[in-house]
Design a protein around this ligand. Structure first.
Ligand code: ASP
Length: 471
């Protein structure tokens, strides 16, 4: 007997079949018992007739979310009972056998609706149930398709997917690092990467030329609707490239991806406009303008690039000039002398080869052409207030690598979470992440962060101040 999925039962009319899955709903109509059996492809209506007494009695026990195996014959639903909205809606399985694999307690949340009315805390605590709802199933399955599309598209164009470490050294992306205490080196710490920025640049020094990675980034910031402590980027870096080439690649990737995976969406324009940062700020007072014609239309996608960001901004708290993007970004200067001349005159007026990718009022990515002249790189570090000792400690490995033949290079890193949120018309990125943290940074399902044993802390040479402990 064939094992058949809900989406395929229409192709098995008149045949015997076996289905496995969860009891989605149960309805009793007089003597007939109907259940909807749910599998990964949808639901199948199953009908138990009273003639087979034993089977009927067993079916009477069934409750929502029990896991079952059903055998039977696939037939047409009686006229008037069809459901044209689902692929299996013209057929049903007339049960001849039922095996209860596991029973289920009554779920604390409904998993059949879209769940928008259910409090988020309880959804997060029972996330494995919450993910059963069709909306969440779709979000995760579409996300996988987006990832696959990206991988195929870039691999066909000679990009190499390379994994970089999660346990490494802090990269300055302007956020706070998550630190990992070292057991073997008391008092020393690794950092989780805010992005693989330095690794991907070192891969250019290594001659890989075209790199990408769908990668997790970690930033210890306050969580918001479109921010999580860890989030996923499509990280890209290319050698011997230009700003135009990077943007053209991204445009082609996103235009093709939307066309294939979200044909109902309309991209407002082609090419995506390249807008000057200063003009955008003057006109929209935001560096991520919502350029849709109709801001209520979720199917309109107004992609754009904002270019020519300033290289530096004044950081009042630290009383120093800081890179708007990161210090590896190429300022629009002729050489190091020209850089110092311009910096001394007016640091805020130096534009960079830096760009953001924006969509419907969100920043969905950013990148830059990088400095490949080690002298200019050292000058930028110095301009940002690092003394020679700091530079050596924090970035010595980059300067050293760049002394061994570095190609000109540049890249970009569009975020996957925000993009999926927009495509799926979701109000926040938690809806497109399997196991997100809550708005206040907790994993309610696993209960993290949590306390660890004294022994663990001792091994890590760490003591926690009692007065700072927080529930
Ligand atoms: N590393 C940068 C970021 O995470 C992206 C880039 O410059 O490629 O924003």
């Amino acid at each position: 007997m064939d094992r058949v999925l809900s989406r395929d039962i229409k192709d098995h009319e008149g045949k015997e079949a076996e289905l496995v899955g969860w009891v989605d709903t149960r309805r009793d109509h007089g003597k007939l018992i109907f259940i909807d059996l749910r599998d990964r492809t949808g639901v199948t209506q199953v009908v138990f007739i009273p003639k087979n007494k034993e089977l009927h009695a067993l079916a009477e026990k069934l409750r929502p979310e029990w896991v079952i195996k059903i055998k039977g014959t696939i037939g047409k639903r009686p006229a008037g009972m069809e459901n044209p909205k689902i692929p299996s809606g013209y057929h049903e399985l007339q049960a001849t056998g039922l095996e209860i694999i596991t029973e289920a307690k009554t779920p604390p949340i409904d998993v059949t609706g879209d769940g928008r009315e259910i409090g988020e805390e309880i959804r997060m605590k029972y996330r494995y149930l919450d993910l059963r709802r069709p909306r969440m199933q779709k979000n995760l399955r579409m996300r996988a398709k987006v990832n696959k599309f990206i991988r195929d598209f870039l691999t066909e164009r000679d990009f190499v997917e390379i994994e970089t470490p999660d346990i490494g050294k802090s990269t300055p992306e302007g956020a706070r690092d998550y630190l990992i205490p070292s057991r073997l080196y008391p008092g020393k710490f690794y950092a989780l990467p805010q992005s693989p920025q330095q690794y991907k640049q070192l891969l250019m020094v290594a001659g890989m030329e075209r790199y990408f990675q769908i990668v997790r980034c970690f930033r210890d910031e306050d969580t918001r609707g479109d921010r999580q402590p860890e989030f996923t980027q499509l990280d890209i870096e290319m050698s011997f490239t230009s700003q135009d080439e990077v943007l053209a690649l991204i445009e082609e990737l996103y235009a093709k991806m939307v066309k294939e995976l979200y044909p109902e969406k309309k991209i407002k324009w082609s090419p995506f406009p390249r807008l000057n940062y200063a003009d955008v700020m003057a006109k929209y007072h935001s560096d991520k303008p919502d350029l849709r014609d109709d801001k209520n239309d979720p199917n309109e996608l107004a992609f754009a690039f904002v270019v020519n960001f300033p290289m530096f901004e004044w950081k009042e708290t630290e009383k120093r000039w800081d890179a708007v993007h990161h210090p590896f970004t190429m300022p629009q200067v002729k050489d190091t002398d020209d850089f110092w001349a311009k910096f001394k005159k007016d640091p805020a007026s130096i534009p960079a080869f830096q760009y953001d990718f924006v969509l419907n009022g969100y920043e969905i990515g950013g990148g830059s052409i990088r400095i490949h002249d080690p002298k200019l790189l050292a000058a930028v570090f110095e301009a940002m207030g690092n003394d020679p000792k700091d530079i050596q400690e924090k970035f010595g490995h980059m300067l050293e690598a760049f002394a061994y033949g570095v190609p000109p290079h540049g890249g970009i890193a569009p975020g996957i979470d925000r993009f999926m949120m927009i495509l799926e018309n979701e109000p926040n990125i938690r809806e497109v992440i399997a196991f997100p943290k809550t708005g206040d940074g907790k994993d309610l399902m696993m209960d993290a962060p949590s306390e660890v044993s004294k022994e663990q802390l001792k091994e890590l040479h760490i003591s926690v101040e009692e007065k700072n402990k927080k529930k």
